[in-house]
Design a protein around this ligand. Structure first.
Ligand code: FE
Ligand code: FE
Ligand code: ZN
Length: 281
C-alpha cells in the first residue's frame, strides 16, 4: 500500500485535517506546527487531538509529519534568533508528544556569512539542547537545494549534523525530491546511484520520509521552486520510479506541490494508480 498524502492547513485543527485527508484519499499528511512564518502557536486542544487519534485509527491514517516554521534559523549568527528557533522547536516537540507516530521535520537553516561548519555546530548545539531520551517523535533534517547559504545541500552536511547529535537515534532525514534534484543529485537518470550514495554517506535506515515535488527549474539549479507532479524538470516517470523503488516504497510520501485540495486529490490518485502493489500487501 502506498503511504501518501499532502501538506494540509493546520488552522482548523487535527480533526479537520484528518477529514480532509480522507476526502482526498490520503492516508497520511503534513502540516505546519504554527504559522509557517513563525510566531505563536494556538493553545493546545487535547480534545481535538484525542478525537483525531481515534479518527486516524479508524481511517488508516498514520505517520503524519509536522513541519517546523521555515523561517526558523537554527544556525543564525544572532543568538536571539537561535534562541527563538530553539524555544519554538522545543515547544513543538512538547506538543507533538501527544501525537503517537508523528515525525517533526525542519530546515537546518542558513549559515549566512559564517560558513557551513559554524552553521552545523550551532544546529548540533540546538538539537543537543532540545532532544530528550524519552521523546517518541523522530526529528528529521530536510535535504535542501543549496539556495543561498542553506545548510543541508549535501548528504555530507546532513551526516555531519547527525554524527554530532548525542541522541542520534531520535534523528532522521526527509528527502525532498525537488531540493535534491536542484542540489545536483540526479534522481531522474541515476536514482540507484543517488540512493547508493545516500546509503554510503548517511545510511538508508535514517531516511524516514519523502517530500514529493517536481521542480520548476533545471537540474542542479539550486533554486527550490516546487512544481506539480509531472509538470516540471523531474517528470512523472521519475516520480513513479521513486515511489516504487525497493529502498523507498515503504516510506511515507508527502506532496508539497502548488495545488489546492482538488489538485492534491488528483496527484494522489495518479501516483496510487502507478504504484505496483506486491502480493500480500
Ligand atoms: Fe520543507
Ligand atoms: Fe520539502
Ligand atoms: Zn522547497
Amino acid at each position: 500500500m502506498l503511504r501518501i498524502g499532502c501538506h494540509l492547513s493546520s488552522s482548523k485543527g487535527f480533526m479537520a485535517m484528518g477529514k480532509e485527508a480522507v476526502k482526498i484519499k490520503a492516508n497520511t499528511f503534513q502540516f505546519f506546527t504554527r504559522n509557517p512564518r513563525g510566531g505563536k502557536a494556538k493553545p493546545l486542544d487535547l480534545e481535538d487531538m484525542q478525537n483525531y487519534i481515534t479518527f486516524s485509527q479508524e481511517h488508516g491514517i498514520a505517520h503524519i509529519l509536522a513541519h517546523a516554521p521555515y523561517t526558523l534559523n537554527a544556525c543564525a549568527k544572532d543568538p536571539g534568533l537561535r534562541d527563538f528557533a530553539k524555544n519554538t522547536m522545543a515547544d513543538d516537540l512538547t506538543r507533538l508528544s501527544h501525537l503517537p507516530e508523528s515525525m517533526y521535520n525542519f530546515h537546518p537553516g542558513s549559515h549566512v556569512q559564517q560558513g557551513p561548519e559554524a552553521g552545523i555546530a550551532y544546529i548540533v548545539q540546538l538539537l543537543n539542547e532540545i532532544l530528550t531520551p524519552d521523546q517518541k517523535t523522530v526529528v528529521l533534517l530536510e535535504t535542501m537545494s543549496g539556495k543561498g547559504t542553506e545548510v543541508g545541500r549535501s548528504f555530507e552536511e546532513l551526516k555531519s549534523i547527525l554524527d554530532q547529535v548525542e541522541l542520534e537515534e531520535k534523528m532522521g532525514v526527509c528527502l525532498d525530491t525537488c531540493h535534491v534534484y536542484d542540489a545536483g543529485y540526479n534522481i531522474v537518470d541515476q536514482l540507484d546511484d543517488v540512493l547508493e550514495e545516500f546509503d554510503r554517506v548517511i545510511g538508508l535506515e535514517r531516511l524516514k520520509a519523502i517530500h514529493m515535488n517536481d521542480s520548476k527549474n533545471p537540474f542542479a539549479s539550486h533554486k527550490d521552486r516546487h512544481e506539480k507532479i509531472g509538470e516540471g524538470s523531474i517528470g512523472l516517470e521519475a516520480m513513479v520510479r521513486i515511489i516504487n523503488h525497493p529502498a523507498l516504497r515503504k516510506l511515507p510520501f508527502f506532496l508539497e506541490t502548488p495545488n489546492e485540495l482538488e489538485g492534491y486529490a488528483a496527484e494522489i490518485a495518479l501516483l496510487k494508480s502507478r504504484y505496483q502493489e506486491e502480493v500480500g500487501e
